[in-house]
Design a protein around this ligand. Sequence first.
Ligand SMILES: NC(=O)c1ccc[n+]([C@@H]2O[C@H](COP(=O)([O-])OP(=O)(O)OC[C@H]3O[C@@H](n4cnc5c(N)ncnc54)[C@H](O)[C@@H]3O)[C@@H](O)[C@H]2O)c1
Length: 345
Amino acid sequence: MADMLAIKAETLEDVATRVFAAAGTPEDLAAHVARHLVKANLSGHDSHGVIRIPAYVSQIKAGRIVADGRPIIVKEQAGAAVVDGQRGFGQVAASFALDVAIRKAGETGIGGVSIRHCNHIGRLGDYSEEAADRGYIAFVSYGSAGPTSGHSAPFGGAQRHFGTNPISFGIPGKEKRAVVDFATTVVAEGKIQVARAKHAELPPGSIVDKEGKPSTNPEDFYAGGMILPFGGHKGYGLSLVAAFLGAGLTAESAATEGRGGGVFVMAINPRAFADEDAYTSTIDNLASAVEAVPAAPGFSKVLLPGGPEANSRAERRQSGVPVAPDTWDAIAKAAQELGVEMPKL
Ligand SMILES: NC(=O)c1ccc[n+]([C@@H]2O[C@H](COP(=O)([O-])OP(=O)(O)OC[C@H]3O[C@@H](n4cnc5c(N)ncnc54)[C@H](O)[C@@H]3O)[C@@H](O)[C@H]2O)c1
């Protein structure tokens, strides 16, 4: 594996902001997307970090991302809204939708917002963490389905049909919180990109090649292979939920050919259900009891979901973000094409 570079988060954020701005993104949106990507790196999810910069730039050039697209509310009632992402950056639309969902949850107890015409929204845990920071419970899903589309086959199927269809929950207490955030496939597609950039193998059981044979070689996936749903029929069920919520709650007319997708964001105000102190103390109490479970052989301690990301942020803010040389070169190439000067490392 090639030696990794260690780059300060501020440097990465600055490069990302300038590249997106040079590609026509208004400064505030460019900074928002850059912050999101670098926070994914800091959180240990390099698959959803700066590795995405070249692809996002290509998508802007191809017209798939409208660099200055700003989300708008197109349908609204108490507790529910539909947002149109206007094909801008997905991170901008998702943050906007979360804001609307939290406002509605503050007014009515629960706020559900679907997003149509939405691009890639990055690391879902970012939105659940933001909701938790603001004292709200969150559920976020991003799903798509359709014959021969996506990266994953349904349980028992031998053809691509689903995206990696991630889901995330954020549950805040006072001192503790849980942030659950994962693809409903064994690995996220971005993890395959990272393995490919590092010339590394994938964990066994993650993918099959185009003939359905097990493989650990990232190249087999890009040659038409499929990522498997995690937990067999159970992960498949959750993947289906993400796709059906995303497609159903953004539908403008009946889906044809079994194809569709979208984002769904829900915020819950715990204070609408329980006394604030009783709620936060209960969550802290439950969380501490989980953490107190004795560690199994091979583990040092039981962590709450979201714990590994918080630990990674603390460490990488100090030590810098590891970036594969191939990834840095690809970012430099995208920057150069836009006339953006790269920092000297
Ligand atoms: N936008 C998209 O289209 C898209 C698609 C797929 C995935 N993603 C993102 O990719 C990222 C990675 O997904 P993934 O499926 O590889 O996630 P993953 O397998 O790394 O699992 C992450 C989750 O597991 C928890 N976790 C990990 N180790 C733990 C431990 N020892 N104890 C307790 N909890 C633990 C984490 O806190 C987190 O909630 C996610 O942020 C996801 O949102 C985005």
